[in-house]
Design a protein around this ligand. Sequence first.
Ligand SMILES: C[S@@+](CC[C@H](N)C(=O)[O-])C[C@H]1O[C@@H](n2cnc3c(N)ncnc32)[C@H](O)[C@@H]1O
Length: 234
Amino acid sequence: MRIDVVTIFPGMFREVLDFGIVRRAREARLVEVQVHDLRSWTTDRHRTTDDAPYGGGPGMVMKVEPLVSAVEAIAGMGEGAAPKLVLLSPRGTPLDQPKIQELSEEEHLVLVAGRYEGVDERFVELTGAEEISIGDYVLSGGEIPAMVVIDAVVRLLPGAISDPQSAEEDSFSRGVPWLASARCAAFRRPRRGSRVAGEPRSRRHPRSPSGAAAGAAVERYRVSTKSHQLEQPK
Ligand SMILES: C[S@@+](CC[C@H](N)C(=O)[O-])C[C@H]1O[C@@H](n2cnc3c(N)ncnc32)[C@H](O)[C@@H]1O
């Protein structure tokens, strides 16, 4: 898979791409991530990416011309079909695990991070970009939402996680009904001489059929305390 990001702050991505699963996936060539400075596609001496909104109003909007030039140039860099284009936007479709699954099946993803008061409306009209929101709140830029998409997508790529079962067992991986029963609570291995409250002595996985009682006990404990404290044996 190839992921391209268009931003005016490419430096924000350095650390995120260099740790954990995303780093390992890049090293294993499961994904190639390229972060582009939008200013490379500006044409004026000041490399301007924003402009006053047409008809007035507060703040500045991102100019459409450099954005369109950027995504057209990037489309030509990928191999095969046209890339899936996503504009991070608080007005977009709320991001959820099925959408992440869908994006992870794309060959080529282009993520556009807005700034200022947002992106000129014509960008979506001209390019057909899908607007995606990471939640009902407003951030100062689309870089963090783009990082969220990259992280969640990359961990679904085959081979990105050494034990594929852990992605299958993630919260939300089976859609909303799975949410109701929630993922089994995660506890670290108890210290010697301490145990997770309510846990039977069995160390079996809570969702293996024979470990169902252990799972129920852990869930009862989780609901009753809403915390994961360890209980010292009496
Ligand atoms: C300050 S915001 C623009 C807010 C805009 N005036 C509004 O109210 O919709 C600047 C950029 O941050 C990004 N952004 C902010 N909140 C976001 C969210 N919840 N999900 C995705 N992107 C977001 C978008 O790319 C947006 O263009």
